[in-house]
Design a protein. Structure first.
Length: 149
């Protein structure tokens, strides 16, 4: 699994004019599911993101997690995180998990993150979504459950 994690002041996701999710201070997590991903990848990323220390403490050091600050997460499915652009100009998405299988792991990730005490909002899997956010910092972190980076 791959995730792009952004620290935000606020964020929302809209589909067809309907707001599906909205958070205040916290994280926007763009989540991609790869072909080799399983429950261990879900558990690793959920725990990592829940405890990722990217919020400032009283000394302006990045020592607090989203849980520590009482924040929330807005999780958006994004298969394009597995886009391979090494050849040509059109990305290949062969490494992304097929949608039916990816959706099940995406849903498990939502539950796992919530199980770590993080309030979770989400978009709609396979929908064209409009995501609005106010990045704080900005702070953006790339994560990969295989520890590729």
């Amino acid at each position: 699994m791959r995730a792009v994690v952004q620290r935000v002041r606020e964020a929302s996701v809209t589909v067809g004019g309907e707001v599906l999710g909205r958070i205040g201070q916290g994280l926007v997590v763009y989540l991609g599911v790869g072909r080799g991903d399983d429950e261990s990848h879900v558990a690793y990323l959920a725990e990592k993101i829940a405890n990722l220390r990217i919020f400032e403490d009283e000394q302006a050091n990045l020592n607090r997690s989203v849980r520590d600050i009482g924040g929330a997460a807005l999780v958006i499915s994004q298969f394009t995180l597995y886009g391979d652009c090494r050849r040509g100009r059109r990305p290949s998405f062969d490494a992304a998990r097929p949608p039916a299988e990816a959706e099940a792991l995406y849903e498990r990730f939502l539950a796992a993150l919530a199980g770590h005490g993080v309030p979770v909002q989400s978009g709609r899997f396979r929908a064209m979504m409009d995501v609005a956010s106010v990045n704080a910092g900005p702070v953006t972190i790339l994560l990969d459950s295989t520890r590729a980076f």
